[in-house]
Design a protein around this ligand. Structure first.
Ligand SMILES: [Zn+2]
Length: 549
């Protein structure tokens, strides 16, 4: 940027004489703007960028109190925006005990005891993801392994597959499961030789425990969100578009916001079925740059993995089914009424659609609602947009519908998708390239914690399309690969656009929020197979360093 251009920028933002709070120098800044596209420095005041330019230009804004961040020649990008997260679920799982890597029964008890010691008395201990097949003697655990470790805390630990759990004696007592309790339909209470329950409950037998486990409190959720925010900061994520994980999500976010604890920005989207509440909450939430409610999320179908994604023709490996509608899309007219009402109330609507039929019918629905409610900048979104008929791909651009996609799912599902739906339908699966070429807009995210909360992993997936089993080194349907720049745009500028926030964030320019990340290597210049190894060295949100390694 020339000195003259810099002065123009400064005149808009603040008096040129006031020193900056923070300057970043000696960096390789990719601004995301057309001009300047590259810079070496930027200055921050009051949480916003006041200048982007060369080192000497920005050094001029350095005062005695200015903090200096040395970029050491590293690549700097706008802070990543994850367009699809479930932060409370992810955070609670980060805090849960992980018993997957235990070697034997003694190791299981020892690890559990270590974890339990740090937990408040009376609080349930859950999750665990244990797998007795990993043990030297693969025998089902019993409550005798749990009781000495858990003390006065009820515990029900799920096996990795979620089809059984092992409870301690206290949890069985609370659930009123005794030797006299019959097995429920669809479930098994595992018993020892004398008929006493061992603690292991299978399938429907677990319901008795779910029924007595108290719902998560706001305090538990905020604890989970603190862990989730740290996890996000370590990965360069400075904003999330967060989706329901728990009915009290928004209360937990508000508590953190009110306490000044947020280290990332949150755009929360309640369920479509709650759109009236969302509308009222939006008005009451005190929407600001840290926490916003502006949209709602609905479901059209299920998932490919469970065979519930809705297609026009049957599954290749199960010709009896073509998938199903999600409960809230039955009848479809009911969902359409809700979408239309939420849209009339000014809420942005996004619908989860995986199968080609679910996507086509939601595009139809969006088209009808747009026509009925009249022209408006509404930015309808389809979450996942996973399997598309070729004919539907150009409709995203034509209707202005944003494809909110999670590239990591492509390299994960890509391992087995062809078995489920055949090769032909996979050609237009996660069709990043085709959507962009047709003029469409992509907003990228993770769907954490279904997939890792890592934009770097997502960029790697979109650019290489190498499946995680290593079986597609040249890319799974490589014609749908996109460039590094296109992938980063989908995690920054276009993710901001997907939440009506492009004036505030998504690029590095004077006036925008000072959210950026410093990377260990430059994704624009490393070999594509090296992208996944890039680390986030420093994350800055609102001019404040929230992660540095
Ligand atoms: Zn999701």
């Amino acid at each position: 940027m020339s000195a003259a251009a810099l002065l123009v920028v400064l005149a808009v933002a603040a008096p040129a004489t006031a020193p900056a709070d923070l300057v970043l120098v000696s960096a390789k800044v990719w601004t995301g703007e057309a001009a300047p596209r590259e810079a070496s420095a930027l200055a921050v005041r009051g949480g916003r960028i006041v200048a982007v330019g060369s080192d000497p230009e920005v050094e001029a804004l350095r005062g005695p109190g200015t903090k200096v961040l040395d970029g050491r020649g590293r690549r700097v990008v706008p802070g990543f925006i994850d367009s699809h997260t479930h932060m409370t679920m992810g955070g609670l799982n980060l805090l849960a005990v992980d018993l997957r890597r235990t070697r034997d029964e003694a190791d299981f008890t020892r690890r559990l005891a270590e974890f339990a010691r740090g937990r408040p008395a009376g609080q349930w201990i859950t999750d665990g993801a244990w797998d007795q097949q990993q043990w030297r003697v693969p025998r089902l655990p019993t409550r005798a392994l749990l009781d000495p470790a858990t003390g006065d805390r009820p515990a029900c630990l799920s096996r990795q597959d979620g089809h059984m759990m092992v409870c301690n004696s206290l949890a069985l007592k609370l659930a009123r499961i005794t030797r006299g309790t019959p097995d429920p339909p669809g479930g098994v209470i595992v018993r020892d030789a004398s008929g006493e329950p061992t603690g292991v409950l299978k399938d429907a037998a677990m319901d008795a425990v779910w029924a007595v486990r108290p719902p998560r409190t706001v305090a538990e959720l905020t604890e989970g969100l603190r862990a989730a925010m740290k996890h996000a900061a370590e990965r360069g994520v400075t904003s999330v578009q967060d989706l329901p994980g728990n009915p009290l999500d928004l209360s937990a976010w508000e508590k953190l916001r009110d306490g000044g604890e947020l280290t990332l920005r949150v755009h929360y989207r309640p369920s479509l079925s709650q759109w009236e509440k969302a509308r009222d909450r939006r008005a009451a939430a005190g929407n600001d740059e840290w926490l916003r409610v502006g949209g709602v999320k609905g479901y059209a179908d299920g998932s490919l993995g469970s065979g519930t994604a809705l297609f026009f023709t049957p599954y290749a490996d199960d010709p009896k089914t073509s998938g199903v509608y999600a409960a809230e899309a039955i009848p479809f007219s009911k969902m359409e009424e809700r979408v239309a009402a939420a849209d009339r109330a000014g809420l942005q609507v996004e619908i989860h659609a995986i199968g080609d039929r679910a996507n086509a019918e939601i595009l139809d629905l969006f088209e009808r609602v747009s026509k009925a409610n009249g022209a408006r900048d509404r930015r309808f979104r389809i979450e996942h947009a996973q399997h598309l008929r070729a004919a539907d791909i150009p409709r995203f651009a034509k209707l202005g519908v944003i494809a909110s996609m999670q590239p990591y799912h492509a390299i994960d599902d890509g391992r087995w998708a062809e078995t489920r739906i055949g090769r032909e339908r996979c050609r237009t699966t996660y069709a990043f390239r085709s959507l962009l070429d047709a003029g469409g807009r992509l907003a990228f995210g993770s769907d954490w914690d279904v997939a890792p909360l890592s934009p770097i992993a997502g960029i790697d997936a979109a650019v290489t399309r190498r499946t995680i089993d290593g079986k597609n080194p040249g890319g799974w349907f490589p014609q749908e690969r996109i460039t590094v720049e296109e992938a980063i745009r989908a995690y920054t500028r276009d993710a901001a656009f997907a939440a009506f926030e492009e004036k505030e964030k998504g690029t590095l320019a004077a006036g925008k929020l000072a959210d950026f990340a410093i990377l260990s290597a430059d994704p624009f210049s490393v070999q594509p197979e090296e992208i996944g190894k890039i680390e986030v060295v420093t994350t800055v949100v609102g001019g404040r360093v929230v992660h540095s390694k």
